[in-house]
Design a binder for this molecule. Structure first.
Ligand code: SAM
Length: 292
């Protein structure tokens, strides 16, 4: 029988047969290591009850491993040249639907409603195109689609930022926003040598699950995100400096900033990277209440 798609021999044979040259502009690096592919699906704890969305199936290596375990897979692939390839490589799986669309333009709630049978847990499993990791994750987490688990591969450096804790170099607005949305953890690391062609960075698998409810909520999500971004505009400067950058330096504004800092008990000398998610939420709400 034919080896699985993600074996190096089969990957090379498919690339040769279709004269495929990986498109750098689309982040095409094909994962060619069956153990890693199976471990990605295992990290999502995929069972025959699950509906799974995949982003960027490529030649179908990860899709095949998901299809073997899941109820149904819907995969978004932007590159139309890969459609005939996927038709052939995934021929034996009747639980796969490929949609030729840019994931950033997809209407996920519509797709979930129309392409999946209701009543199954929904998961997202993907080896992401790295040039759009952040917009994809932001879009997915804001889409109102209720994913049970998200398991995605990304470049290791971005993964480090997603899981970073306050006070570390990697901690920034991306860490805060993602950790607000979900419980984020690194599942495992993936060396660049596992891909054909090899990318020039190492990768990591991130798992996102529902987070514990927070003790305080921002009055509005977008206000929190904007405030966090503003606070990290100048990482090396104090919170006091950054707050004046956000709200202004007028004496009257400074007084109100001081008042908010006093109310929340947060020192103006701190660097933004010292603030916890809860600090950011409390400050967002306090500035709102102060009319700033
Ligand atoms: N899943 C395959 C694997 O693991 O070997 C391929 C992963 S490759 C890193 C990323 C895939 O995403 C490519 O197939 C690429 O064509 C596709 N892609 C890139 N941009 C996309 C977009 N905006 N929407 C959907 N797919 C995209």
């Amino acid at each position: 029988s034919v080896p699985e798609i993600g074996s190096p021999a089969r990957t090379k044979a498919i690339l040769n047969r279709y004269h495929l040259v990986a498109k750098k502009s689309l982040g095409q690096n094909f994962l060619s290591d069956l153990n890693i592919l199976r471990n990605i699906v295992a990290a999502g704890d995929v069972t025959e009850h699950d509906n799974v969305i995949e982003i960027g199936p490529g030649i179908g290596a990860l899709t095949e491993q998901i299809a073997k375990r899941a109820h149904h897979v819907v995969a978004f692939e932007i590159d139309e040249n890969l459609l005939p390839v996927l038709d052939e490589t995934l021929m034996d799986y009747d639980n796969v639907t490929v949609i030729n669309q840019d994931i950033l333009k997809a209407n996920l709630p519509e797709v979930v409603k129309h392409d999946f049978e209701p009543g199954h847990p929904l998961k997202l499993i993907a080896n992401l195109p790295y040039y759009i990791t952040t917009p994809i994750l932001m879009g997915v987490l804001q889409s109102q689609v209720d994913f049970d688990t998200i398991v995605v591969m990304m470049q290791a450096e971005v993964a480090d930022r997603l899981v970073a804790e306050p006070g570390t170099k990697a901690y920034g607005s991306l860490s805060v926003v993602m950790q607000y949305r979900a419980h984020v953890e690194v599942a495992f690391a993936v060396p660049r040598t596992a891909f054909i062609p090899q990318p020039n960075v190492d990768s990591a698998i991130i798992r996102l699950t529902r987070r514990d409810p927070l003790p305080v909520k921002p009055y509005e999500d977008q206000a929190l995100f904007k405030f966090v971004k503003g606070c990290f505009a100048h990482r090396r400067k104090s919170l006091w400096n950054n707050l004046q950058g956000i709200f202004g330096k007028q004496p009257e504004v400074r007084e109100r900033i001081e008042s908010v800092l006093n109310q929340t008990g947060i020192s103006r000398q701190l660097r933004p990277e010292r603030l916890t998610l809860i600090n950011f939420i409390e400050l967002t709400n306090a500035f709102h209440n102060e009319g700033l």
